[in-house]
Design a protein around this ligand. Structure first.
Ligand SMILES: [Zn+2]
Length: 125
């Protein structure tokens, strides 16, 4: 899913998350995590190609179907770790990041299923 769609989804969820949590920082972290998770796309692109061009990195993933590419923050293990960490140390801001990442992953999976017929690799295993 493109970053604009993730920003729109996260922005739409900001208000109900803020309303429920009554914490603007929690809601804002949820919003930011919902689309900044895609920084791992750029990291992968830089490590794979050695280039630092953001616009080329954007097209690198959008112009080709890279369903077998594992991205660090897009893995279930990392997201589960963040959820567990937030629950163990009882930090709502870590939970906000975990929530934003989870919403991002769910929308990616729905988009992949709809346009590519399957969900991209989301596990380190
Ligand atoms: Zn994504």
């Amino acid at each position: 899913m493109d970053i604009a769609s993730h920003i729109i989804i996260s922005a739409l969820l900001w208000l109900p998350v803020w309303f429920i949590s009554e914490n603007w920082l929690f809601a804002t972290l949820f919003f930011l995590a919902g689309w900044l998770i895609d920084a791992d796309h750029y990291l992968f692109y830089v490590l794979e190609t050695g280039n630092f061009y953001i616009d080329e990195a954007y097209h690198y993933f959008n112009d080709s179907c890279r369903t077998n590419t594992l991205l660090l923050f897009h893995s279930m293990e990392v997201i589960c770790f963040i959820w567990v960490l937030g629950l163990i140390i009882n930090n709502i801001y870590i939970l906000a990041v975990a929530g934003g990442f989870t919403i991002h992953l769910i929308s990616d999976a729905i988009n992949d299923k709809r346009y590519y017929g399957g969900v991209r690799r989301m596990s380190l295993a």
